[in-house]
Ligand binder design. Structure first.
Ligand SMILES: Nc1ncnc2c1ncn2[C@@H]1O[C@H](COP(=O)(O)OP(=O)(O)OP(=O)(O)O)[C@@H](O)[C@H]1O
Length: 365
């Protein structure tokens, strides 16, 4: 039995090695026949998931996340465009070829989707049975997988006897059974408490590194994106509005939806009583609010005292936060200072000299 079937030739030749998952101008429209209204869930999505990366797609309810992930494993067909996994155009396969290709794609789910009447061992064995593995092959494969996910002592337990985190570990072992190249994660930690979520995300990082597994995960939680992903795509109304390295998106969000996701976790949003008083133009005697963002090595600098000493100005601290993304410090500080144009320019120049990102938020009387 081949657990890791050889791929078909690439759909088209390419000078640079292609990403492991490629979506090319993919559109998905549901319905529209027999009098039902058509719903376009995805509009012209183009996305690359590099080999070995963990890419997260984040979006609100109804943004199109599930549709996107279901297109990658061929559970849905695109209305237009191409979905290519490891050089194979999933959207062009018939049912039989699709079943074969799906062995190279593991998937984990929010509610684990384990079979209640099967033990942990037999749940992990299921994809191998379907692939036609012998009993000996199954035994040789399943126990090391249960060991990998930390459940070697729970092989004979039924799902009802396992905690949520343990069930998801079984789900991960099952997803890895056919030695896939790709792991798809559909809100896999949404039903778990924060501590268990962290443990499962750590396990995903480990399998990503040890098995060189490419992971595409969808989530509505920015904390998941922050903990585990290398890259992130933000989806809104069926469109990818921003995509890039996770650290960049956190530190320099461009699109309003990305900003809103980032502020939901970094506490970047101004308190409501202050935000409602913010004016775009200076008023007599007003203060200007400035957000200073520091990243990487800059975070350890005593930049606030450097600025006040250098400029001889008073800075009030309105809000501050330091966070870590992929082990790199990322901090924001909102300060107030008199709304004098020279003073503001001096603060901006000196902050930039210190490697800080400067954003004028507005003026308060
Ligand atoms: N089978 C279907 N038939 C018709 N419309 C659908 C179908 N599946 C999804 N949709 C619609 O497509 C849009 C995107 O749905 P999708 O489930 O992909 O979003 P989502 O981001 O995963 O949302 P959630 O986080 O709530 O699961 C929604 O407007 C939804 O109502």
């Amino acid at each position: 039995m081949t657990l890791n079937p050889a791929s078909h030739p690439p759909a088209y030749p390419s000078a640079t090695p292609p990403a492991l998952i490629q979506l090319r101008e993919v559109e998905k429209t549901y319905g529209g026949r027999a009098g039902s209204n058509a719903v376009t869930a995805l509009h012209t999505i183009t996305l690359d998931v590099p080999k070995g990366a963990i890419l997260g797609v984040i979006g609100r309810s109804g943004a199109g996340k599930s549709t996107l992930i279901r297109l990658v494993n061929g559970l849905e067909q695109p209305t237009r465009g191409q979905v290519i996994v490891d050089g194979v155009e999933m959207s062009a396969l018939d049912e039989r070829a699709l079943r074969h290709e799906r062995r190279a794609i593991g998937m984990i789910f929010q509610h684990f989707n384990l079979l209640a009447r099967r033990t942990a061992f037999d749940n992990v064995a299921l994809p191998l049975e379907i692939a036609g593995a012998s009993r000996a092959e199954i035994k040789a494969r399943v126990m090391p997988l249960l060991d990998l996910v930390g459940l070697a002592d729970k092989a004979r337990r039924y799902p009802a006897e396992l905690s949520g985190g343990q069930k998801q570990r079984v789900g991960i072992a099952r997803a890895l059974a056919t030695n896939p190249k790709v792991l798809l994660s559909d809100e896999a930690t949404s039903a778990l408490d924060p501590e268990t979520t962290e443990q499962i995300l750590t396990l995903l990082r480990r399998v990503n590194a040890e098995l060189d597994l490419t992971i595409l995960l969808i989530t509505h939680e920015m904390s998941v994106i922050k903990s585990v992903t290398d890259r992130v795509a933000v989806i809104d109304g069926g469109r990818i509005v921003e995509e890039g390295p996770t650290f960049d998106l956190f530190t320099r969000p461009q699109h309003p939806t990305t900003r809103s996701f980032v502020s939901s976790i970094t506490g970047n949003e101004l308190p409501a009583h202050l935000a409602s008083r913010l004016s775009a133009k200076p008023l007599a005697g007003s203060q200007v609010l400035v957000r200073l963002t520091f990243t990487g090595g800059d975070a350890s600098q005593p930049f606030l005292s450097v600025l006040t000493r250098k400029l001889d100005i008073d800075l009030g601290i309105i809000q501050g936060n330091v966070d870590y993304i992929g082990g790199h410090p990322f901090g924001t500080l909102v300060v107030s200072t008199p709304a004098d144009q020279n003073c503001l320019q001096a603060l901006t120049d000196a902050s930039r000299d210190l490697g800080l990102h400067v954003e004028v938020l507005g003026y308060v009387a």
